[in-house]
Design a binder for this molecule. Structure first.
Ligand SMILES: CC1=C(CCC(=O)O)c2cc3nc(cc4[nH]c(cc5[nH]c(cc1n2)c(C)c5CCC(=O)O)c(CCC(=O)O)c4C)C(CCC(=O)O)=C3C
Ligand SMILES: [Fe+2]
Length: 375
């Protein structure tokens, strides 16, 4: 096989995601899965449950993942990359443990994992590695042979991700009334997490305030803002803001909140804003509710013209980026030195999370990293 399209040594790709409810009866069991032992106040759960009920109890995330799965399979086939793609979730069926069991029964021995989060953080990186460890532990208990499981490097700074986000911003700007377009601000948004979690995101050696989580989002935002300036010839103010905060009010989480930011923009006379959801790879509930429902309503109330730009979803250029990352990692595992595409100042992320990367509050086994108890 042509080395440039060889996925070897991998014999399967695992799309690993969050999962979401598929109907009204799933909402509470789903939320219980998400928050098991995580101390989220009951009122917050009911509030979030109501967001899902507004959409018939159906999270958009599963359809998004089915679309990504189909697009990945089509892209790999079209480019002659012979690699079956499976899908498993943390919080809803198909559960990752069931998927991994199916993969083993299909004879898969060397699995590369693609998680649907582009950045470092406990929730977006290490927790997925814990999910893999939990699945491997169950298979071991069942006496099944364990596959070797790796995880793809973070892809927030891959040109295919940043270019696709940039195109989305340009399209969103075009939706604004012409009179306010040139003065529009860019508000890059991502999931708020506790300050303490942000501070320990990424490799232990790299920790400063905000950790890798904040640094990576700022790096991505800067690349997109620069590209938008190049394309439009207009220098626009931009800021990184946060959304979807949960947890107890006395615990500090990353700020400012997107809605407070819209108010501040309005107060200082900004003519318009584009909300750019760089923290989300597809139209999750956080995007459909917290941005499209709540934040856009707040903007309307303020009289601030606002639009939300697209997530990458299953856009062809993003799917091509994922193929590039898979083939890059496969080549690295074969001992080659492939080009590692990345824009911005931080450079390509590590292939193997070092010991202590994205530490959680409680130490749990995590696979696909230097501290994995599995090979
Ligand atoms: C960084 C991050 C990502 C991005 C990385 C990634 O993509 O993985 C993400 C993704 C998602 N979070 C999601 C849903 C929820 N997250 C919650 C709770 C929490 N998220 C957190 C962080 C993140 N979350 C945190 C620090 C909490 C607090 C408690 C805890 O640490 O668990 C809760 C409980 C209620 C609440 O507190 O809001 C829900 C329902 C869905 C599905 C949406 C859909 O259905 O479309 C997705 C993709
Ligand atoms: Fe979340």
């Amino acid at each position: 096989m042509d080395r440039a399209i060889s996925p070897q040594p991998y014999d399967a790709l695992l799309l690993l995601s969050f999962g979401g409810p598929e109907g009204p009866d799933d909402v509470i069991p789903f939320l219980e899965n998400v928050t098991a032992g995580r101390g989220i106040p009951r009122e917050r759960l009911e509030e979030v449950g109501a967001h899902y009920r507004l959409f018939g109890g159906v999270s958009p995330i599963n359809e998004q993942n089915r679309a990504l799965l189909a697009a990945l399979r089509a892209d790999l086939a079209e480019h002659g990359v012979d690699l079956p793609v499976y899908w498993g979730n943390r919080n809803w069926a198909p559960y990752v443990t069931d998927t991994l069991r199916e993969m083993v029964r299909d004879g898969r021995r060397r699995v590369l994992t693609l998680a649907t989060s582009a950045y470092a953080s406990y929730s977006g990186c290490r927790q997925y590695r814990e999910d893999l460890a939990g699945a491997l532990a169950t298979l071991a208990d069942e006496g099944l042979p364990l596959p070797q499981v790796d995880k793809l490097r973070l892809y927030y700074n891959h040109p295919g991700f940043l270019r696709t986000m940039t195109e989305g911003v340009l399209a969103a700007l075009a939706e604004l009334p012409e009179g306010v377009r040139a003065g529009a601000h860019l508000a890059f948004t991502t999931h708020s997490i506790p300050d303490a979690a942000a501070d320990v995101s990424g490799p232990p050696a790299g920790h400063g305030a905000g950790g890798a989580y904040v640094a990576e989002h700022l790096d991505a935002a800067r690349v997109i803002a620069d590209a938008v300036r190049e394309e439009t010839g207009v220098e626009r103010p931009w800021e990184l803001v946060y959304q979807s905060r949960s947890g107890a009010p006395h615990i500090p989480w990353l700020e400012p909140d997107v809605v407070d930011h819209l108010t501040a923009l309005h107060d200082k006379g900004a003519p318009a804003v584009v909300m750019v959801p760089i923290g989300f790879v597809s139209d999750h509930m956080e995007v459909l509710y917290d941005l499209d429902t709540e934040a856009l309503a707040a903007a309307r109330e303020l009289g601030l013209p606002a639009v939300r730009s697209a997530t990458v979803g299953a856009a062809p250029a993003f799917v091509a980026a994922l193929r590039d990352l898979v083939l890059e990692r496969a080549a690295t595992e074969r001992g080659e030195s492939p080009t590692r595409c990345a824009l911005g100042a931080l450079g390509p992320s590590h292939d193997v999370c070092p010991v202590g990367c994205c530490a959680g509050r409680v130490a749990r086994p995590a696979a696909a990293g230097a501290d994995s108890p599995y090979a």
